[in-house]
Design a protein around this ligand. Structure first.
Ligand code: ZN
Ligand code: ZN
Length: 650
């Protein structure tokens, strides 16, 4: 390096750091060439470092081309280039450069800077053999004592799925810092080793904020919500990620009310939620179906000027509104993100229309998407097929199931086949549905069998129902709803002996029936009605007399209690009172007593709404001029002026 003795102008570095484009950097490079400074080890290193880290378009290629003209590259130049390649999308090149460095330089101590990047690169591309080679070189030195190096080895092993090797290195580290502990904890969590993570967390001498966040997130994702709660309560310091992780833990574990409460608590304490927290709480509200809460969060989004396109806010709002039964508001959000729609927004809109029974509209949205040359994904088709099945559009369903494979090369998954089974089953083509299950190239899941079982109940097909129920029970012997559906088929056919047999089988296997449960929110308070459970005494008599009043009023409009919906072998006159105690009727009565005239009533039901309650709601919506929205296990029903949005097809 002949130029080493020439002094470097002090202005070079600051002007390099001010470069906003590669063109400016190139101008500095030509200046260096003209002034004979281009080979100066200091300037060339700085120039390569700038290009390797700047993330400007083509900067890495430019760094590489300068590098190729350097006759004797030093450790620093190798380090910046290896790091640049590793972090900016070409980890393989980083590994190749490291190997090249070994042939050029022999002073091993200078390697330690590049080691973290090369281990990271090996982890990223799954280069196990190369990773082990570098590791064995390191073992021969004292470099493993350097936490920078040893932490990168731990992370590489975790990335490669070699969890025991990672732990081994971790245990042998003379000094562990927070990065070591947190890497090991999140590695365990990612691999589903919850117990090991828990034990390691206990052993931690100092539990920092990041480790608490890792634990809350990991416990939440693995269904251990109580443990996540313990860590949350114990954490002495909490940041927005701690709160968001706990809210998501509640959402993932179907505890939407707790998620919503925690979100409110967060706001009360003056902590500004981040975008993922808002998305999570919207998911909680979708789960609950409480539109008032949803509108409140929407107002929060608007007043805090959170962009609908940031994160998944747009699709979360579309999802929330459609699941709360306000499809027009969902459409409004969808229109507002029209300039920068992501595939997630399209997918939420299509599935939103699907669960609201609007098959034709879902198809129109899909055709818009095709016209705009946007490529649908497997979730788009899941929504579309669901839309067809809920709207009874069998031909369209068959057609697009083919299009998905032939035009878009999407291989149908078990859920897509499930939609096809549902499509045929709901339309009464039970034999076709069974043929799909039997001939699909992958094993059908219990949901597909259960969907066909529901269709068999609907069309009173005992023959297919029995076959299907036995298969479903084999797949999930503890799922009470399968036994209930089977006993429903027998009850509809008047085969009470078989009903008793099913009940005995349930008892024998320790399977308990999930009681019907309806939830209604009035004036911000949530009221739950569970069949067979004592209501609050203040309510019970008032509600029962309200239901009786409704029944006699509706009878004048031609309502006849559908006693076939009572699947118990009891006297005819008892059947009617059992029918009156269905949880959604109690919730409706409560709603009518406590809401002002004309205000919509929202009910969430944990199981499928029965035919009698469905008919009942239709008549109430007409006689009492109330819009009633019921979300049952499967879909939405919007009752307005005597008819339902599902067109009696559910
Ligand atoms: Zn009912
Ligand atoms: Zn309906």
């Amino acid at each position: 390096m002949i130029a080493a003795a020439i002094p470097v102008p002090a202005s070079i570095l600051p002007s390099l750091n001010r470069c906003k484009t590669m063109k400016e950097a190139q101008q500095i490079h030509s200046y260096l060439i003209k002034t004979n400074l281009a080979n100066h080890p200091f300037t060339v290193s700085k120039l390569i470092a700038f290009c390797a880290f700047s993330r400007l378009p083509h900067s890495l290629t430019y760094a590489s081309s300068i590098f190729s003209r350097v006759h004797f590259p030093n450790h620093f130049i190798f380090y910046v280039l290896i790091k640049g390649f590793c972090d900016n999308g070409d980890p393989l090149e980083a590994i190749t450069l490291y190997a090249f460095m070994l042939t050029c330089l022999n002073e091993l101590s200078g390697f330690s800077f590049s080691l973290p990047s090369v281990f990271k690169a090996c982890g990223k591309v799954g280069a196990m053999r190369e990773g082990l080679q570098v590791f064995s070189q390191v073992l021969k030195t004292h470099l493993l004592c350097d936490p920078f190096v040893s932490n990168s080895v731990v992370r590489m092993f975790l990335e490669l799925g070699e969890i025991e090797s990672a732990r081994c290195v971790f245990d042998k580290m003379p000094e562990r810092d927070l990065i070591s502990w947190n890497s090991m904890l999140s590695g365990y969590m990612r691999m589903g080793k919850i117990e090991l993570a828990g034990r390691l967390f206990e052993e931690m001498p100092e539990k920092d904020l990041v480790s608490c966040n890792v634990m809350i997130d990991g416990y939440g994702r693995s269904g251990r919500c109580e443990l996540a709660e313990d860590v949350f309560k114990m954490a002495s310091e909490k940041d927005v990620i701690t709160w968001t992780s706990m809210i998501s833990a509640y959402v993932n574990n179907h505890l939407p009310i707790k998620a919503l409460d925690l979100f409110r608590e967060m706001l009360r304490l003056g902590i500004k939620p981040d975008v993922p927290a808002v998305v999570s709480v919207l998911a909680a509200i979708s789960d609950l179906g409480f539109s008032e809460e949803g509108k409140w969060v929407h107002a929060y989004i608007s007043s805090n000027k959170i962009n609908l396109s940031s994160g998944f806010i747009g699709s979360a709002l579309i999802d929330m509104y459609s699941k709360c039964g306000y499809i027009e508001n969902a459409f409004d959000i969808f229109a507002r993100v029209s300039h920068e729609r992501k595939i997630g927004d399209w997918n939420s809109m299509i599935s939103g229309l699907a669960i609201n029974g609007l098959g034709q509209q879902a198809l129109e949205i899909f055709l818009d998407l095709e016209r705009m040359d946007i490529k649908p994904d497997e979730i788009t088709f899941l929504g579309l097929l669901t839309a067809f099945s809920h709207a009874g559009l069998v031909d369209e369903g068959q057609f697009y199931f083919k299009i998905m494979q032939e035009k878009y090369s999407i291989v149908p998954k078990v859920q897509h086949y499930g939609c096809l089974v549902d499509l045929y089953g709901r339309a009464g083509y039970l034999a076709d549905a069974l043929a799909v299950i039997r001939h699909m190239p992958i094993e059908a899941d219990v949901l597909a069998w259960k969907s066909l079982l529901s269709s068999s109940v609907k069309f009173s097909n005992v023959f297919i129902g029995e076959i299907v129920a036995l298969q479903a029970i084999e797949l999930d012997p503890k799922d009470s709803s399968i036994y209930v559906l089977l006993s429903n088929i027998y009850a509809k056919a008047g085969r009470w002996d078989d009903v008793s047999k099913v009940r005995l089988l349930m008892k024998h296997r320790g399977v308990r029936k999930i009681p019907g449960c309806s939830t209604i929110a009035v004036n911000g308070k949530v009221q739950q009605f569970i069949v067979g459970q004592d209501m609050d005494l203040r309510y019970s008599s008032e509600i029962i007399s309200k239901i009786e009043e409704l029944v006699s009023r509706l009878k004048l409009e031609g309502y006849e209690p559908d006693l076939s919906q009572v699947f118990q072998d009891v006297e005819e006159n008892n059947k009617e009172s059992l029918l009156n105690l269905h949880s959604e009727k109690m919730a409706l009565a409560f709603g009518l007593i406590n809401t002002s005239k004309g205000a919509p009533i929202h009910i969430i039901k944990n199981l499928r709404i029965c035919c009698d309650c469905h008919n009942f709601m239709k008549l109430v919506s007409k006689v009492y001029s109330h819009r009633i929205i019921v979300r049952d296990q499967n879909r939405f029903h919007q009752f307005d002026n005597g008819s339902c949005s599902c067109k009696d097809y559910w």
